[in-house]
Design a protein around this ligand. Sequence first.
Ligand code: NCD
Length: 309
Amino acid sequence: MNEFYQKDIISVKDLEKPQFEKIFAATDRIIQMDPNERRELGRGKTLGYLFFEPSTRTTLSFQAAMALIGGTSIGISDVSLSSTKKGESLADTLRMMSIYSDILALRHSLDGSSRFAAEISSKPVINAGSGTEEHPTQAIQDLYTIKKEKSKIDGLKIGIIGDLKYGRTVYSLLYALANYDVDIRLVSPESLKIRSDSIYEIQKKLSLKESTNLEEYIDELDVIYVTRIQKERFPDEEEYQKVRGSYKIGLDVIQKMKENAIIMHPLPRIDEISTDVDNTPQAKYFKQAEYGKFTRAALLGLILNENGF
Ligand code: NCD
């Protein structure tokens, strides 16, 4: 039996290198597979998504991934149109969704929401973003992007820039990278530094340095992972105003980078990367979004098929 069959994907901490490598290999197969054969993987299956926070890529890529393997998707991406508005509890909404679907994807502003959902739901649950805590499918797609675009993960120097305090993709990415031999450089405004308690367990496994100044590391990085300042998570708008626009990757910054370095971003971007960077060979964020469809299709295929593929 394949080890992902009917499993929840809640935290990257539940995965280790062999599991990542299996998902990457399955993603390669998904890309190469005959479309008719691929559509057998999800035939007759339904993905139920519940998005209690805004999303573009994650909802669309889950739907596109499910379509790619021949399944269907049903869901709610605007909670203001659902019975939650009438006062229905999250638990009851989850129970309903697990009756109508074979696998669930949940995005919610609360840390711990996906773990809670997995306890309630009779069907496997994928965490599609839980508060400031984690976004595991994003990390899988991020690692896959690095592997494809740099041909390896081990031995790279990876800079993570922006909102390291509230950005959940940052935590999932760091937990995933802790399985590899990489150098990490963290760059953020002082008030948005990484939450040290959240990386306590992995700190020993990662060679890690921090700065507020991107200039300090820019010429040595192989991967520059830029993140959005998470405005909606600031308790106070004034605090956001102090740090907005802290880092801007423009053509001037590209000049200082290693020639074959790549720029990634989970998206949406606001103004952290100027649009004139989009056409440079270093810009990989749209490619990264494309890989997300295939990594999610692979994951769904593995969870839904007892014997894998
Ligand atoms: C991210 C998220 O929701 O955490 N978006 C995404 O899923 N690609 C990043 C963000 O919102 O900044």
